[in-house]
Design a protein around this ligand. Sequence first.
Ligand code: HEM
Length: 410
Amino acid sequence: MNEQVQPTGSDPLFNPLSPDFIRDPYPHYDRLRAIDPIHVTPFGQFVTSRHADVSLVMRDKRFGKDFVERSKRRYSEKIMDEPVFRSMSHWMLQSDPPDHTRLRGLVVKAFTARRVEDMRPRIQEIVDQAIDAVIARGHMDLIEDFAFRLPVTIICDMLGIPEDHREVFYKSSRDGGRLLDPVPLSPEEIAKGNAGNMMAQMYFQQLFELRRKNPGDDLITQLVQAEEDGNKLTNEELTANIILLFGAGHETTVNLIGNGLLALHRNPDQLALLKARPELMTNAIEEFLRYDSSVQMTGRVALEDIDDLGGRQIPKGETVLCLLGSANRDPAVYPDHPDRLDVTRPNVRPLSFGGGIHFCLGAQLARIEAEIAIATLLRRLPDLRIDDVENPKWRPTFVLRGLTQLPASW
Ligand code: HEM
């Protein structure tokens, strides 16, 4: 045990929606790793914070998602009557094999490294347009005017959402993130989730009709054809996974760009280094992912009794939370000042994209989007300054870690 890291007073070790945790989760992770690396929450979940345990749980076949049973245990038998939970139960992200294998197999080709490389010119064009739109103004919100538009436009392109439907998505409220947090939803939050889900379902059903009549070279056409082709996927699975792709495709990448830019501006030596040596950008993106991951946690359920996870027994059916953001700063893996941003750090392999069969489908896409966005910003607006770098406004969600806004001037 680390003698210097103690719980303070009656503070719970893991209170992920408290303002202090949202502002800076990393001292809390240090305490968890040092004092109680397999911590049990008041809701009975096991929280893993060390790199070795997090990595093992995500890859080990004795763990899975078990979404329906897990949700019933957490809420009640009736929870699957809620449309938003029914929809989530069809997400590949929440499925176990063989459903997971089938659903992922239908879309995986669109995300191969080669396909994503081919998107570079389009990504560059969108980034340049975003800068062109504000350059004369001398100031912008790096989230709304810059980071947000790129991944939304790209995922709209990939899904085949027509240009004239997109404005509503650019203005959307980005408040679906609470669904992923490890603290149960209130009835009001479930009702809000249901309403959002209904709206999305209505919109996408219309688009499916359009693509049945006018097929395109896009993911929706591909999946609509798979649905018509017999038993490859149901209509509910089709809709749910399009909603998943749409959400997963932008919320996380906005935050990789936003958190990365904030980290750089809080570390002016690293900012100067990256401007002087743009060839470091690929490594810098891995370091941004490690240093302040836009996804802080994922989870699994024990599919059988586990005798020994970091010295604890995990009974079958119990949920294990994997703190990706904590694993990324574990001194056992990053002995050289894990709390320091170092764009030259060797061997950075963040767990931010998860691991095992659910390893992020969009990892390479997100990396390239962030690389082009940040490199172009440093090149075209070299004297950009963040207005209040010490008091950033964090969104109130834990799993999806990102900023509400990040005003900057030049
Ligand atoms: C910085 C950006 C991103 C981060 C940090 C991130 C993180 C993650 C993580 C941690 C998982 C795995 C969860 C688990 O193991 O339970 C995941 C899965 C997934 N991600 Fe991402 N993601 C990002 C961007 C994207 C993008 C751009 C897309 C799509 C366009 C995407 C689509 C998905 C999908 C579909 C899954 C589910 C895969 C499966 O269950 O097989 N993600 N992501």
